[in-house]
Design a protein around this ligand. Structure first.
Ligand SMILES: Cc1cc2nc3c(=O)[nH]c(=O)nc-3n(C[C@H](O)[C@H](O)[C@H](O)COP(=O)(O)OP(=O)(O)OC[C@H]3O[C@@H](n4cnc5c(N)ncnc54)[C@H](O)[C@@H]3O)c2cc1C
Length: 332
């Protein structure tokens, strides 16, 4: 019997491993806001893919310790921290584990002169506009990135010549596998922030982060934001996609190589290489994750055959049994 009162027989189902109904029941007993068979694919910007077995919403910091009890007591329980789902592709079979999301209680900015604390679930475009309105400069670029702050720190998101690492002071992070550490303030230089990379692990959640911006002119920042929004509309497709599929190989543009390989505008069943930006794959309302996934593999193989360049995915793949070797090295 473990700390939560689960016996091994209760936790491990006969054929399928974790008994999620029971986990859900017991999680509710300890006070968590938990849901079985929760929407997942539809929460992502691809808007394709299946459900998660179980989902929990973090309403307050106290929930973190409770989630940690579940994660550490139940063998084989996979964990996915989800932000705005703008950089993930969820398999049509869904995710056979626990999805953790921050509630809107973490969607905020707190201003203190040139220092701004941004909550982990705050959408970057909203943060960018609010920060500009306070006449602080340096976050305008973020208006074009449809992620939430936590995912942006994890990915070291960036654009228009800037990225998270440039203004980040520190992030508050909780590790579900190391609850004894509590919430840890990790400074910028300890986060290993590189191009679309950080050392934040799949068992860690970014709760909020502090940034230092430059004092500037509100109108200049708002003008810059308008220009970025216009540029995005003209150069990137809307609809169901998750931005750049592949990271740029050193010294090269993934979009340009895919275009040079003749793939721009081409389709595989319901998935299409965008005619506007070749590093974007568009899904369709009646489409499926499998088609997006297979198109990724076709692009990767075609570029390898034509140019000998190996493309690595920026998109995180969730719940795929066979990843076709489409490694982002951080898939779930
Ligand atoms: C139209 C479009 C344009 C885009 N343009 C850009 C761009 O210019 N630059 C750019 O960098 N990206 C871009 N992206 C990709 C994406 O918006 C970013 O990677 C964004 O930072 C992902 O944030 P998210 O909250 O959606 O994360 P998710 O997609 O939900 O998750 C991405 C990764 O972060 C982890 N994660 C999510 N939240 C947290 C958290 N709170 N704590 C710890 N880990 C977490 C997840 O487990 C996963 O590994 C674009 C996407 C779209 C759809």
């Amino acid at each position: 019997m473990n700390e939560l009162g689960f016996t091994t027989e209760m936790i491990i189902g006969r054929d399928v491993g974790v008994n999620f109904a029971l986990v859900s029941e017991l999680a509710k007993q300890i006070g968590l806001d938990i849901k079985l068979d929760a929407a997942l694919g539809t929460l992502t910007t691809y808007r394709v893919g299946g459900k998660s077995k179980i989902e929990v919403i973090v309403r307050q910091n106290e929930d973190l310790g409770l989630i940690s009890q579940i994660v550490n007591q139940i063998d084989g329980l996979g964990l996915l921290v989800l932000g705005n789902g703008s950089n993930v592709l969820v398999s049509d079979d869904g995710y056979p584990g626990l999805v953790v999301r921050l509630s809107d209680n973490y969607a905020y900015e707190k201003f203190n002169d040139d220092v701004v604390e941004i909550g982990g679930s705050r959408a970057l475009p909203i943060a960018a506009r609010r920060i500009a309105t306070k006449a602080l400069a340096g976050f305008e670029w973020a208006v074009g990135v449809p992620g939430a702050l936590g995912g942006a720190v994890r990915m070291n998101a960036g654009g228009h010549g800037s990225e998270i690492s440039e203004s980040l002071i520190c992030a508050n992070i909780y590790d579900f596998e190391q609850p004894s550490l509590g919430l840890s303030e990790i400074s910028n230089n300890m986060l290993g922030l590189k191009y679309r990379h950080s050392v934040v692990t799949p068992t860690q959640i970014v709760i909020n982060a502090k940034f230092r911006f430059k004092f500037g002119q509100k109108d200049d920042s708002l003008d810059k934001i308008s220009r970025i929004v216009t540029w995005r509309r003209e150069n990137q497709p809307g609809g169901q996609n998750a931005g750049s599929v592949f990271v740029n190989p050193p010294g090269l543009s993934a979009g340009k190589i895919i275009e040079d390989a003749g793939l721009k505008g081409s389709s595989y069943r319901t998935a299409t290489v965008s005619a506007k930006h070749a590093n974007f794959i568009q899904a369709q309302p009646e489409g499926c994750a499998r088609d997006v996934h297979e198109l990724m593999a076709i692009i990767r193989d075609t570029v390898m055959q034509k140019f000998g360049v190996r493309l690595r995915t920026e998109i995180r793949l969730v719940g795929f049994c066979d990843d076709y070797g489409l490694t982002s090295s951080e898939d779930y």
